[in-house]
Design a protein around this ligand. Sequence first.
Ligand SMILES: Nc1ncnc2c1ncn2[C@@H]1O[C@H](COP(=O)(O)OP(=O)(O)OP(=O)(O)O)[C@@H](O)[C@H]1O
Length: 219
Amino acid sequence: MTTIHMDHVTKTMKGVTVINDISLTFHSGKATGLRGVNGSGKTMMMRLIAGLIFPTKGSIHIDDKKLGKDLTFPDSIGMLLENPAFLDSYSGFQNLKMLASIRNEIDDRQIRTVLTQVGLDEESSKKKYKKYSLGMKQRLGIAGAILEKPDIIILDEPTNSLDTNGVELVKQIVHLEKERGALVIISCHDTDILDELADEIHYLENGALISSTKGSESI
Ligand SMILES: Nc1ncnc2c1ncn2[C@@H]1O[C@H](COP(=O)(O)OP(=O)(O)OP(=O)(O)O)[C@@H](O)[C@H]1O
């Protein structure tokens, strides 16, 4: 079981407050949604939780470990962020293999299973990344995020560029990952999709937490 606890987190960048005094707790087995207009701070919140940037004020704990002090970044995390760092001249399979080689915990068969799970068949997984369509790139990004069955999964706009079939795949994947016990954090501009994906949704405005809902109820 993993818990992420943000305690009065503020992040200032170049004199601009991009996250303003946010306190929130995230739990494993749950999908938490982040909603808000462009620039409201959803990506910054995900980057803070991933340890890619650190709070100016306040703290983030993963269980009992403080990010930036006891941990540089969470031990077990998979992320889909904008512009994933995949190599153009490598195929989808080779890109995932390279990613997997860092920890060396999963084999080729498991990589193929994840590729199938995101709907990249044998033929498309052999194509070079530079020949991928936007939707195929997005599917590979999702595969990268769930590849090693991480405890924490961060999906920034996972349904961008996806067709209806791809959106259904994301819903299935989030459902399965939650069942496995993963802690999932998702941002999505499509309110209907986010309502379906997330157990709980937090609304951000100018970096501040405005309200939270669970199902149709305010919390
Ligand atoms: N490198 C940076 N330096 C300073 N400010 C930044 C930087 N990147 C983003 N910002 C600012 O941080 C704020 C929050 O941006 P963020 O990317 O978190 O928004 P978002 O809610 O994810 O938006 P979107 O829906 O467009 O993805 C914005 O005001 C943005 O201009």
